[in-house]
Design a protein. Structure first.
Length: 264
């Protein structure tokens, strides 16, 4: 691997081979999501726990300090919204010059396998990989399902993840599911676990991250289950323990509970 690419990857995947990405990109299609009215203010207290922050360029510019040490994974696809006709109608929305100007350590793009815009989004990934490879910038592909929650099966996610890997993604972000090991086994590049809507209880988040990592994921790219939690710092610290410190869900949950108590 070329030195620049290896160096950028090493900034967001730590020496233990694991990574903790904070997803704060929701505004690009959801508008001012609950708790992300000011994304920088939400992310700032959590940055010390994570290895990178995943954001679109607008949020970066209006809400993040350029003095931060946490690497940026720039969301570079868009063109859709929650109230538009079809969530899968995304394209690359950021130029390579802008990616470099914002000093991104990596970029992220959604790919909608099996959707009306499958071809467009797969080709967008492919072209982005070609462009970014010239500058040593890793591409994270997000296997997006839009509103089709029923797609979150191992069979679908394994297919979508493999398609993204074959187009040159350096990392694939996909959902945790039953038989998650089949998704990881079929994907020749590292897999990170995406989040999804809030879980019913706090332990569940810690448990699915733990289980996903036992089954081969290298880490997570999680948003709402952290920053919509009543104690975001506690959840971030608990997940950091699972991802980087070999903590069991029970050990991590105890720390979460303690931080939640101390916050009150
Ligand atoms: C999905 O593509 C979004 O862009 C988010 O990055 C992703 O869903 C992770 O955030 P959450 O954990 O809130 O689902």
């Amino acid at each position: 691997m070329e030195w620049g690419m290896a160096n950028r990857l090493a900034r967001t995947i730590k020496s233990d081979g694991h990574c903790f990405y904070l997803a704060v990109d929701h505004g690009y299609f959801q508008g001012p999501t609950h708790c992300l009215e000011n994304p920088g203010r939400t992310a700032e207290p959590l940055l010390k726990y994570v290895d990178a922050v995943f954001m679109p360029r607008g949020s970066v510019r209006f809400s993040l300090t350029p003095n931060m040490e946490t690497p940026l994974i720039l969301r570079v696809s868009g063109g859709n919204s929650m109230i538009g006709d079809d969530l899968s109608n995304e394209e690359v929305s950021v130029s390579t010059r802008e990616i470099i100007r914002l000093n991104a350590a990596a970029v992220g793009i959604s790919v909608y396998v099996g959707s009306k815009y499958e071809h467009q989004t797969i080709m967008a990934l492919s072209k982005l990989v070609d462009e970014c490879s010239d500058y040593g910038i890793p591409v994270m592909a997000v296997t997006a399902v839009g509103r089709e929650e029923e797609k979150k099966s191992a069979r679908y996610l394994a297919l979508a993840s493999r398609v993204c890997a074959e187009q040159g993604a350096a990392v694939v972000k996909t959902y945790y599911c039953e038989d998650f090991e089949k998704v990881v086994e079929g994907c020749p590049v590292p897999v990170v676990i995406a989040g999804g809507p809030r879980t019913e209880n706090d332990l569940e988040v810690i448990e699915f991250v733990y289980d996903g990592m036992q089954k081969g994921a290298i880490g997570v790219n999680l948003g709402r289950n952290i920053w919509q939690n009543e104690c975001p710092e506690g959840m971030a610290r608990a997940l950091q323990m699972v991802i980087h410190e070999k903590a069991t869900p029970k050990e991590a949950f105890e720390v979460f509970e303690e931080m939640k108590r101390n916050k009150k």
